[in-house]
Design a protein around this ligand. Structure first.
Ligand SMILES: NC(=O)c1ccc[n+]([C@@H]2O[C@H](COP(=O)([O-])OP(=O)(O)OC[C@H]3O[C@@H](n4cnc5c(N)ncnc54)[C@H](O)[C@@H]3O)[C@@H](O)[C@H]2O)c1
Ligand SMILES: O=P(O)(O)OC[C@H](O)CO
Length: 350
């Protein structure tokens, strides 16, 4: 088998953490992969220097993953087409709002036979309310197969090599196994399942529940209340997934991409921090993102809005009171104090 060239599209907190894994794995598995990994980086200036130049000389993404050294065979490239021209495997890892634009540049400019995997936790929503997983967006925009990887994977902990698990969703078994070989390490254990769309639905929807967990923290409630948010959030995640993906398997929720990711996000995620901050200050999400995230982005509020818009179109907001309340608290349309009565009166209790 010819060796595969890997390119990463994206270089934020998760993109950089995964670059560390991929850079090392391609060298260790050199019979399968070419030894250089190009990483597309959205260029920016840091104290008068280009971020790509800093990464390529200091081998550290000082803005998005400070304190972690990247392998020297990971090369940051500011030109998208140059970064991806030779790729056999494209690893997409950037906030979902940028994907369409990136794909429109890549379209007709990638090698024949290239495959992709999406590490993105978000959706695209059509005007008619249909929800499209990002792997499908990428696959259809580029006309190539696209798998998904998602799990309980806070980027900084992964970069510190703390043990965790992850899930690849891929219908093609051979491609799934190749991706497992690309991503797996002794501290990053990967399971492959065929239910790709549920893997992605879990990853996107848990971001909303993570905000809910932060709201509970901000209101001063303890672990029991947070556990209720996690459980009710899980029920809404499953119900929403059943709506979008009739063929979904509930067992996928027991993989790392499901309950495990929900738990980790509700304890240590950026979306949890946002929920807490929304309660403790009267600033807008945009202001909070700017102040707290140093360039990283909260995906939860966007996804909460997208899901709310879809539910409203279908007259179903009353069936998803937790998702609805979280969206309305984020946009300051609901008093956060009402959050607990929303939990108390949840349809799961009727
Ligand atoms: N950070 C985590 O712990 C983590 C873990 C698993 C999955 N994810 C998911 O991975 C995806 C990427 O998140 P992240 O944490 O790597 O990103 P991030 O939030 O750290 O960084 C934002 C990124 O967007 C880039 N960017 C800004 N404007 C852009 C533009 N116009 N075009 C293209 N790129 C632009 C920035 O350069 C930066 O790389 C998200 O879907 C996220 O939910 C994140
Ligand atoms: O920091 P969050 O809330 O974006 O969550 C990060 C990861 O998705 C956790 O697996």
């Amino acid at each position: 088998m010819e060796r595969k060239t890997v390119s990463i599209v994206g270089s934020g907190n998760w993109g950089s953490a995964i670059a560390k894994i991929l850079g090392k794995n391609v060298v260790e598995r050199k019979e399968k992969f070419n030894p250089e990994v190009k990483m597309y980086m959205y260029e920016e200036m840091i104290d008068g220097r280009k971020l790509t130049e800093i990464v390529n000389t200091e081998h550290e993404n000082i803005k998005y993953l400070p304190g972690i050294k990247l392998p020297e065979n990971v090369v940051a490239v500011p030109d998208l087409l140059e970064a991806t021209r030779e790729a056999d495997i494209l690893v997409f890892v950037l906030p979902h709002q940028y994907v369409h634009k990136i794909c429109s540049t890549l379209k007709n400019n990638i090698k024949q036979g290239t495959v992709a995997v999406s590490l993105i936790k978000g959706f695209s929503i059509h005007e008619d309310g249909v929800i499209i997983p990002m792997s499908k967006v990428i696959g259809e925009d580029l006309g190539i197969p696209c798998a998904a990887l998602s799990g309980a994977n806070l980027a900084t902990e992964v970069a510190q090599e703390q043990f965790c698990e992850s899930t690849i969703g891929c219908e093609d078994d051979q491609m799934g196994q190749l991706l497992k070989e690309l991503f797996e390490t002794p501290y990053f254990r990967v399971a492959v399942v065929s239910d790709r769309q549920t893997v992605e639905a879990c990853g996107a929807l848990k971001n909303i529940v993570g905000i809910g967990a932060g709201i509970v923290d901000g209101l001063g409630f303890g672990d029991n209340t947070k556990a209720a948010v996690i459980r009710l959030g899980l029920m809404e995640m499953i119900k929403a997934t059943e709506m979008f993906i009739p063929e979904m398997k509930v067992t996928t929720f027991f993989e790392s991409c499901g309950i495990a990711d929900l738990v980790t996000t509700c304890h240590g995620g950026r979306n949890r921090l946002l929920g807490e901050s929304v309660i403790k200050s009267d600033k807008t999400i945009k202001q909070l993102e700017k102040e707290l995230m140093k360039g990283q982005s909260f995906q939860g509020p966007l996804i909460a809005r997208e899901i709310y818009t879809m539910l409203e179109k279908k007259n179903m907001t009353d069936k998803f009171p937790l998702f609805t309340a979280i969206h309305k608290i984020c946009i300051r349309e609901m008093d956060p104090k009402e959050f607990i009565s929303c939990l108390r009166n949840h349809p799961e209790h009727l």
